[in-house]
Design a protein around this ligand. Structure first.
Ligand SMILES: CC(C)(COP(=O)(O)OP(=O)(O)OC[C@H]1O[C@@H](n2cnc3c(N)ncnc32)[C@H](O)[C@@H]1OP(=O)(O)O)[C@@H](O)C(=O)NCCC(=O)NCCS
Length: 184
């Protein structure tokens, strides 16, 4: 899939959140959010996280990901109120793709991440035509595991020491939602 053939990245709308393409002006909020120790602990964001990382994410990595067949979205409340977080599908292969996300501390605990994940997973199967969406979650990341379950993902098992996290092999729980699975 190429950017030319796919057209422009869409905006997806849920009940309380909107998932829209990243804009260069989002870099300041991304920089602030990615200082959070929980985001640095559980995701692959660079540490330390600098202004250059934030600028490259919103203006370089995000459009390249769309061109490569994936889709990174900024999540924002429908009613306004600043950046909620990041929800992204990495470039798929063989009809399935992996999703990753983080949510800024001020917006946690309101079900917004689970809603945004459900919106992305629905779009990935309905519009992008994927038969399977995966999440790879550290077994100790209980918050993210609850988000996955709330969005209709099923834990399929633990993959032991398959992936490097900050240079060290770690276990992940493999979650997946199939196109035919019930959503939220
Ligand atoms: C994990 C994270 C995304 C959760 O975001 P959130 O906006 O608080 O999640 P939601 O409000 O949508 O919560 C959905 C469910 O998970 C539960 N939950 C969220 N965080 C939790 C936590 N730390 N411990 C236990 N349960 C938690 C909520 O209570 C809710 O449960 P419910 O469906 O029973 O009501 C957020 O804490 C975060 O960004 N963490 C750092 C980055 C990260 O871990 N990314 C994922 C990497 S795999």
């Amino acid at each position: 899939m190429t950017g030319t053939r796919r057209g422009a990245q869409p905006t997806l709308t849920g009940r309380r959140v909107r998932l829209r393409p990243w804009r260069p002006g989002d870099a300041t909020e991304v920089l602030a959010a990615c200082q959070d120790p929980e985001i640095q602990r559980w995701t692959q964001v660079p540490v330390p996280y600098t202004a250059e990382h934030a600028q490259d994410f919103v203006a370089g990595i995000a459009p390249r990901t769309w061109d490569d067949g994936g889709a990174l979205f900024a999540v924002e409340p429908l009613g306004g109120g600043g950046l909620v977080g990041s929800m992204g599908l990495f470039p798929p292969a063989d009809g399935f793709g992996e999703v990753g996300y983080w949510t800024a501390p001020a917006h946690r605990g309101q079900g917004l991440t689970a809603e945004a994940l459900g919106v992305l997973a629905g779009w990935a199967s309905d519009a992008a035509g994927l038969h399977r969406v995966e999440l790879h979650i550290d077994p100790a990341n209980s918050g993210s595991r609850r988000v996955a379950e709330a969005a209709g993902f099923t834990a399929e098992g633990t993959i032991r020491q398959r992936f490097l996290h900050r240079g060290r092999p770690g276990d992940v729980v493999l979650y997946a939602r199939l196109a035919g699975d019930p959503g939220r």
